[in-house]
Design a protein. Structure first.
Lengths: 334, 336, 279
């Protein structure tokens, strides 16, 4: 990376107190987003990808605790900020959020204009007039391809379709011109045709507004379409990260390899990975994929979760990567 | 919005029609001798015959119903056996007193109950919430008549800060009659002395009457806000950096009050019943006490008029509740 | 037992249960624990209107009777009225609800319309009307209260029965030839018990409150009953000097009703998980 990364999550550990005990949801998770980059975070349900995305914004359930780690955004450690400061300075302003379910994310009893303009007023960098904000919002609505933007402001959320609401949410996220967008599975609740439209829209807008994005999804197809960099997660650990093309065409972590091989587009028959995802209440020590991994060894159970640079800009969380790196070092020295 | 209001008004008509038919049957058809029932216990045969002719009991049923409707339209309910005055005059004189009391209680309960309920929800499971929950349950458990007496004891008798009974101090002339609401009339006619005095007289009775409602509104608002706080859009608004104040008091609250407002409508009915007790204790010249007298003296004409009146008030209150809820939550206005 | 543990965590509910137990104990043991049990009827005019003191912790009333004793003895009357009213309301309302919920035809509709009508009548007004017809007495008050409370039971039993009647196991029972009464009482009723118990508990508190109002208005208990509402009515003319005369009976009413309400709320929370989210 030539410039400083926009967002750097390092060694993040997050646990949640439940009735059945303490669940280790995130274990030494790492994530990096460079300026102007779209980073996909992909994994099965329950792997912690949404939790990670929301943790960046400081939004997590009351029973959750950040045990250790660092979230550096624009050079500042967000974990050191108070909730009030996060609200004032970061949320909605420097980081925009695009939620998963457009049917539930908008406030049903307020007009669209009332909701979106309120946020704009709070996050305005300099004092602006109501009329100026309205004009800007109308322009944004046009940019997300919503017809008759003036009329849209006067309507209520329930009068719009899922795809239209998602466009509204995207406009809302961009309104304060943030540096980073966090999109938490924004297309999962939409039908396939609409999904494609929204993806194309996001792609165009990130270019036009010069904004980086963290895109959480469980769908490799989406990642292939949209993301520059892909980070794969499994059971609360980051297992692989690298340029999307490389990760998809030549995955270097056993889990990613198995996942790609099983993908319906690649596999001849419907196969799965033997075994089950471990419960965060009783996670396996060390590498959480080890119990299901065909190349597991004793050292896997003791290995602390961390990404190792296995190839240029390609990090892999595996003892195999450690060994490959060690071999290369030895080869270099020799 | 206008269409919504009109539709609601139209829905009222069948209930009111039903009420008119029901009361007609009760008064005319059920008693063996309806004329005697209307005349009251101490009527002479001559008076009974007079009434029989006046009300047309010798006519076919349908004609009688027509006569009845005409009477209701004219607000002619006859004369009260107890007060010897036309019932409509009695009611007109006493209704504003009860309405003023009931509305004051309602306004107080709402103005205090909604913020308290919201605070209880925001501080969920911490001490403010526990305290407010116990107070809510307590508020419903207090016997209004006892509380009224205790209030009189402390504030009127011991401390002497507030008057003991009535709507105005004995020496003071009431403001000129415009609406019958002393507070409004005294402001309109520039009688600030009457305003202050009437307000002081209103405090204890209105507070007593408001307790049950205050407790209920607090509870329902709390439940509504707790419910809303679980919703996705609240998480989204937090993620978008909505400051805590406006988030709760504007964006969350508006989603939470529909249930509480429906309760307010139901409360109004309970308040009329509660007014009976409060008016008795504070010597408040309203229709609550008037109704009790009518029942105890079997004054059927008054009972009939009061029943119709209460039916109409209920209908109006229900419409208002629906309209207010429709204003708050646009989804409620849509399909009927 | 898990239920008891959950219940124990809910402090207001435990407080309610404690209060109710205390009041019940007081009622049962009344003649034994009241310092002057004879004061149900006796009068000692020399001791009139004495303020609280070691011999009379709650003071004495206008006939010199010990108020503490009369409050304790009054618990009996209050609980008895409440038990009778709630019990008879259940006896009427529950079967009606079962029938209305299980049948589909005109019988069901008729029962529910009648229920609606009774629900629309304000309790106090009906009680006063009955008092006028029958002459004011404890019996007329109880009749009025019962007549206005049974619809609450019918409503909830109707809702539960409708819900359960649609369940598969009822079809199965019908297939093996189980008769309607058997299905209703052996299978549906046990499943509907919980909301009934909650409603009954809250109903106890509510009945005590309304009975007190009636006693106060002279439409219920008559002198020399140690009825709490009646005592407050009698106390009015001696205020503000004899403040203890109205305060202690009133506190008794308040605490008893509070206890039943807290208990009922606590029961509702463990019984109906849907409603628990408002905790």
């Amino acid at each position: 990376m030539t410039a400083d990364p926009l967002l750097e999550v390092k060694n993040l550990r997050l646990s949640v107190r439940t009735d059945e005990g303490v669940a280790q949801i995130l274990d030494h998770v790492e994530l990096t987003v460079a300026r102007g980059q779209i980073t996909g975070v992909v994994g099965e349900s329950g792997c912690g990808k949404s939790t990670l995305a929301r943790a960046v914004l400081g939004i997590f359930p009351k029973a959750a605790r950040i045990e250790s780690g660092e979230i550096r955004f624009e050079g500042q450690d967000l974990l050191a900020l108070s909730d009030a400061d996060m609200t004032r300075l970061v949320r909605g302003r420097r980081i925009g959020f695009i939620p998963q379910d457009p049917y539930l994310a908008l406030n049903p009893v307020f007009k669209i204009g009332a909701q979106l303009l309120a946020a704009m007023r709070w996050h305005a960098a300099q004092p602006t007039s109501e009329a100026a904000r309205r004009a800007e919002l109308v322009g944004l609505l046009r940019r997300v391809q919503l017809p008759e933007p003036e009329a849209v402001l006067e309507r209520y959320p329930h009068q719009f379709s899922g795809g239209q609401r998602q466009r509204l949410l995207i406009a809302g996220a961009l309104a304060a011109r943030p540096a980073l967008l966090i999109a938490d599975e924004p297309t999962t609740a939409l039908d396939v045709t609409t999904q494609l439209e929204i993806l194309k829209l996001l792609q165009a807008l990130t270019q036009e507004f010069g904004v980086s994005m963290v895109f959480v999804t469980h769908d490799f197809g989406v990642v292939a379409e949209l993301c520059d960099v892909t980070t794969v997660m499994y059971a609360g650990q980051t297992v692989e990260t690298g340029p999307t093309g490389a990760v998809l065409a030549a995955p270097r972590h056993p889990y990613t390899q198995a996942l790609i091989a099983c993908h319906p587009d690649r596999a001849a028959a419907l196969i799965g990975i033997p075994g089950q995802v471990p419960s965060p209440l009783a996670p396996p020590p060390g590498c959480r994929f080890a119990p299901r991994c065909p190349t597991a060894a004793d050292v896997c159970r003791r290995r602390r979760s961390r990404l190792v640079a296995d190839a240029p800009a390609h990090g892999v969380n595996c003892r195999l990567a450690d060994e490959r790196l060690a071999a290369r070092q030895a080869g270099v020295d020799a | 919005m206008l269409g919504f209001v009109v539709r609601r008004l139209i829905l009222v008509i069948p209930s009111l029609a039903g009420l008119l038919v029901l009361t007609f049957f009760l008064i005319r058809v059920v008693p063996a001798d309806p004329a005697a029932a209307l005349a009251g216990e101490n009527a002479t045969p001559a008076q009974i015959a007079e009434i029989r002719h006046q009300y047309g009991f010798d006519q076919p049923l349908l004609v009688q119903f027509g006569v009845y409707l005409a009477q209701v339209a004219r607000l002619d309910f006859g004369e009260s056996a107890y007060s010897r005055r036309p019932v409509s005059v009695d009611i007109k004189q006493r209704l504003p007193a009860t309405l003023e009391l009931t509305l004051a209680a309602l306004i107080f309960a709402t103005a205090l109950g909604i913020p308290l309920g919201t605070l209880a929800a925001v501080y969920h499971n911490r001490w403010p919430d526990t305290v407010l929950r116990i107070l809510s349950v307590g508020g419903v458990a207090i016997a209004a008549f006892w509380f009224a007496i205790e209030l009189q004891l402390v504030f009127a008798m011991d401390l002497g800060w507030l008057p003991l009974r009535g709507r105005l101090s004995p020496g003071l002339a009431p403001p000129a009659l415009v609406t019958g609401f002393y507070l409004i009339d005294s402001l309109i006619t520039g009688r600030l002395d009457a305003f202050g005095d009437a307000l002081r007289h209103l405090i204890l009775p209105a507070f007593t009457l408001s307790l049950g409602g205050l407790a209920t509104i607090t509870r329902f608002t709390r439940a509504g806000v707790l419910d809303t706080l679980q919703k996705d859009f609240v998480t989204y608004e937090r993620a978008q950096g909505f400051p805590a104040g406006p988030l709760i008091w504007k964006f969350v609250l508006r989603n939470s009050v529909v249930a509480a407002i429906t309760q307010i409508g139901l409360l109004f009915g309970g308040l009329i019943a509660g007014a009976v007790v409060v008016e008795t204790i504070f010597d408040w010249p309203g229709i609550g006490f008037y109704t009790v007298q009518a029942i105890l003296t079997a004054d059927t004409k008054v009972m009939l008029a009061i029943t119709l009146l209460i039916g109409v008030i209920y209908a109006i209150v229900n419409i208002l509740v629906d309209v207010v809820n429709g204003l708050i939550d646009p989804r409620l206005r849509e399909n009927d | 037992m898990l239920i008891l543990v959950k219940f124990a965590k809910d402090k207001p509910a435990v407080l309610g249960a404690a209060i109710v137990l205390a009041v019940v104990a007081m009622a049962i043991l009344a003649p034994l624990i009241a310092p002057y049990p004879g004061d149900v009827a006796a009068s000692h005019l020399l001791q009139r209107l004495k303020p609280p003191s070691p011999e009379h912790p709650f003071g004495t009333d206008n006939l010199g009777r010990d108020i503490l004793s009369r409050v304790i003895l009054g618990a009996r009357g209050a609980l008895m009225i409440a038990l009778l009213v709630v019990g008879i309301s259940m006896a009427i309302g529950v079967p009606l609800g079962l029938i209305a919920g299980y049948q589909q035809g005109w019988l069901s509709q008729t029962i529910m319309r009648v229920t609606d009508i009774f629900l629309a009548v304000p309790q106090l007004i009906l009680a006063l009307a009955l008092a006028q017809l029958m002459g004011p007495s404890l019996e007329s008050a109880m009749l009025a209260l019962t007549l206005t409370y049974w619809p609450f039971f019918t409503r909830i039993v109707y809702a539960e029965t409708r819900r359960l009647a649609a369940a598969l196991f009822i079809d199965a029972l019908q297939c093996i030839g189980a008769g309607a009464p058997r299905i209703l009482f052996l299978h549906i009723l046990p499943n509907a018990i919980s909301p009934i118990i909650v409603r009954a508990t809250i109903g106890m508190g509510f009945t005590i409150l309304v009975a007190a109002v009636l006693g106060f208005l002279g439409m219920g208990a008559t002198p020399p009953d140690p009825d709490w509402g009646l005592a407050i009515a009698e106390s009015r003319q001696y205020l503000p000097e004899a403040w203890w005369f109205s305060t202690f009976p009133g506190l008794a009413i308040f605490l008893t009703v509070l206890g039943f309400n807290l208990l009922g709320d606590g029961l509702r929370d463990i019984v109906d998980p849907r409603l628990r989210r408002s905790r």
